[in-house]
Each structure stands twice: as structure tokens, then as C-alpha cells.
Design a protein around this ligand. Structure first.
Ligand code: FNR
Length: 379
């Protein structure tokens, strides 16, 4: 099959997230690395992100970084977004990425009450003394209550910590922030009916009511930065605890969540799916990012399994080249105006130069060279 290079052209046009101008539509997905001892990103981390910027990624979203709130973190080798030592490390990361012509946002992360080894023996009972985490109702997953839900004061403090992290990001020179509201972490624990059983103003029977924590986080981040500081919000149906979980069964159910987040100040939505080509709801081919765009009018980033198996494609003059699987299909979604950006995760760990290679493939980018780079570029 001959696939003209022009097929990928929609990915190589400029676009904006709020006031941020991006050279192309390719985003590096946030991926935890655990290479920041004591939470401090070092020169190796700066080099890792710089290589992806040099390789042509339009926007880098960093690995999740802890906000300054007790219980936000579950790993001490994952970077903090607070503390002078960590912030100095991030300033160097930003400097390197900008020097290579790239743009970069940190991902603000609070795990809330997520499954942890220390909770294993608590899964079937409530432990009145367990106070290790912030959560809406003390549920670690479906039907498993391990503690009581957080107090009003703790919830308010968690929101303030997101705002502090956002202000720190701006002071470091980042081009915006991404709030991690997906995968069963703290904001998603409020959104999901299985983990939020509250009946005060932080919960309720509808997603519209359970949206409030996320909405207040966005408002606080907006207030702590600037009216034009770009804010991306990542959300998902699936949870780390349950891949089949769903926040919403229909676009009508999803709409009040995304509309409120949008009004609170979100500039773009990052809809995390495990396979981007899967429709989000019956009766429409739109995926989750497509629905985020349709419901809010804000730019949307799609993601999920791009480039995990190689497609061999023949171009008119370059012979056989390796091209990440399904990138053409993602480009078509952009061309149809369904989504604005395409995020790539694992394939960009494997090959820092992936974007440059798909833009201008040569015979050197053969399957053998590509596979070799999986090892060579793993840092
Ligand atoms: C992830 N993912 C992820 N997502 C997120 O929102 N914050 C994070 O810190 C991480 N960490 C992370 C680490 C690793 C090693 C992987 C593989 C994934 C999910 C990631 O952003 C992306 O959504 C998925 O990997 C799907 O995209 P790909 O890899 O199929 O392109």
C-alpha cells in the first residue's frame, strides 16, 4: 500500500491551546519515570525532555509531579512541584526544552486514596485510625471503604496545594499546566460515583454535582496564575483500579462535567483512552476527545496506543519505512476537525526522534533502525 506523506500533513500544522502557540499537533503524553531521587529532577531528566523537543514534539507534558499536600505522593523518586531543590531542577528542564524550540507543561498530580501496599489488609474493613490519604469517602475502589472521607478543611487545603503548584509551575517558566484528573486519582475519585458517596456540596447523585472538586481546582489554579496561563485538564472513563469503569454512560451525562470545567478556565481537554480509535459512546464514531471538543468547543487531545506496533509503508521514493501504527488514522481525526492534538506515550519513550522520522522518513528509518532505536533511545 502506498501512503502519501501528505496523509500526515494535518499533524504538522500550527495550533493553539489558549494563548500558547504550538508548531504541530503532536504532544508527548505524561509518563511517570521514577528517575528523580528525593523528588528532584536532575540534569538527566532535562536531557530526556530536551531530546523529545529536539525530535520535534510540539508540546511535552511531563510525568506527573506532586503537589504540596500530605498524601499527594506515593513514590519518592517521582518529582515534586514544590521545594527550592526540585523547582531549580524544573527550571533547568524548562530552559533545555525551550533552547531546543519546544514547549512544556508539568502534570499536577495528587494520588488521593489509591491502592497502596499498606492498604492491602484494610480492603475489607474500615480502619478508624487510617488517615493516610485525602479522599471523598474513604473508598479505595468499588465497595472497598478503608477510612472515612476527608474533612472540609483537608479538601480546601488540597485545592490550595494545586494552586500553589500551578503558581510554582508558572514561576519556573513552564508554558502551562496539565491537571491530572484521570485514572482514578484524586479529582477522579470525586467524579466517580463508586468512590464519591458524599451528600454534601462535594458530592451527590449526579456527575454535575461530583464535578465540584475538579472545578474548584481549576478555578484556584487560574486565580493563582494568570488569565491567559494555559490550563489543560486530563480526564478518563477508565481507572487504574478498573479499566471498564465509566464516569458517564452518554454524552449528555458527560456534558455537565466538561462544561463546568471549561467555564472554570480549562483551555484544552486531554481525554485519556487506552485505544484512541474506539468510539466513546454507542451511536457515534467520536472518541472521548472528540466528545470533549464537541461538548465544550475547546481544543482536545486524543491518546492511546499510537505506534505500539509498526506499520510498514511504502513511500514513493523512500522505499520501505517504519511508521508508527495508526498515526495516519489519528491525522485523519485532526483533519476532520474531531480532535486538535494527538498525544503519544510509549512510542516516544522508545524513540526520541519519532516525530522527525515520521515527518521525513528515509530508508535509514527502516524497521531495523527503528527497532535499534528502541534500545538506544530509552534514556
Ligand atoms: C503512563 N501514563 C500516565 N498518565 C498520566 O496521566 N500521568 C502519568 O504520570 C502517567 N504515567 C505513565 C507511565 C508509563 C510508563 C506509561 C506507559 C503510561 C499514561 C500515558 O500518559 C498514556 O495515556 C498511555 O501510555 C497511552 O498512551 P500510549 O503509550 O499508548 O501512546
Amino acid at each position: 500500500m502506498t501512503v502519501p506523506a501528505a496523509t500526515l500533513d494535518p499533524l504538522f500544522t500550527p495550533a493553539r491551546i489558549g494563548t500558547l502557540e504550538l508548531a504541530n499537533r503532536i504532544v508527548m503524553a505524561p509518563m511517570t519515570r521514577c528517575f528523580a531521587p528525593n523528588g528532584v529532577p536532575g540534569a538527566d531528566v532535562a536531557r530526556y525532555y530536551r531530546r523529545r523537543a529536539e525530535g520535534g514534539v510540539g508540546l511535552i507534558v511531563t510525568e506527573g509531579a506532586w503537589i504540596p499536600h500530605p498524601g499527594a505522593a506515593n513514590d519518592e523518586r517521582t518529582p515534586r512541584l514544590y521545594g527550592e531543590d526540585a523547582l531549580a531542577g524544573w527550571r533547568a528542564v524548562v530552559r533545555e526544552v525551550h533552547a531546543a524550540g519546544g514547549k512544556i507543561m508539568p502534570q499536577l498530580w495528587h494520588v488521593g486514596l489509591s491502592p497502596k501496599p499498606e492498604l492491602e489488609n484494610l480492603y475489607d474493613k474500615v480502619d478508624e485510625n487510617y488517615d493516610g490519604a485525602t479522599s471523598p469517602s474513604g473508598y479505595v475502589t468499588i465497595g472497598r471503604k478503608v477510612t472515612e472521607g476527608s474533612s472540609e478543611a483537608d479538601i480546601v487545603a488540597a485545592i490550595a496545594a494545586y494552586a500553589q503548584a500551578a503558581a510554582n509551575a508558572r514561576a519556573c517558566g513552564f508554558d502551562g499546566i496539565e491537571i491530572h484528573g484521570a485514572h482514578g486519582y484524586l479529582p477522579d475519585q470525586f467524579f466517580w460515583h463508586e468512590t464519591n458517596h458524599r451528600r454534601d456540596h462535594w458530592g451527590g447523585p449526579t456527575l454535575k454535582e461530583r464535578a465540584r472538586f475538579g472545578v474548584e481546582v481549576v478555578r484556584a489554579c487560574r486565580a493563582a496564575t494568570a488569565p491567559d496561563f494555559p490550563i489543560v485538564f486530563r480526564f478518563s472513563q477508565w481507572k487504574g483500579q478498573d479499566y471498564n469503569a465509566r464516569l458517564a454512560q452518554s454524552p449528555q451525562e458527560l456534558a455537565p462535567l466538561l462544561e463546568q470545567l471549561s467555564e472554570a478556565g480549562v483551555d484544552a481537554f486531554h481525554a485519556s483512552q487506552r485505544r484512541f480509535w474506539e468510539p466513546a459512546f454507542k451511536g457515534s464514531p467520536l472518541n472521548l476527545a472528540g466528545w470533549a471538543r464537541a461538548l465544550t468547543g475547546k481544543p482536545a487531545i486524543t491518546v492511546g496506543s499510537i505506534g505500539l506496533t509498526l506499520a510498514m509503508e511504502e513511500t514513493w521514493d523512500a522505499g520501505m519505512v517504519a511508521r508508527p501504527a495508526k498515526l495516519d488514522a489519528a491525522a485523519e481525526m485532526v483533519a476532520r476537525g474531531e480532535v486538535d492534538f494527538v498525544a503519544i506515550g510509549r512510542a516516544l519513550i522508545a524513540d526520541a526522534e519519532l516525530v522527525a522520522k515520521v515527518r521525513a522518513p528515509t530508508t535509514a528509518d527502516s524497521i531495523a533502525a527503528y527497532e535499534g532505536s528502541l534500545l538506544a533511545n530509552f534514556v
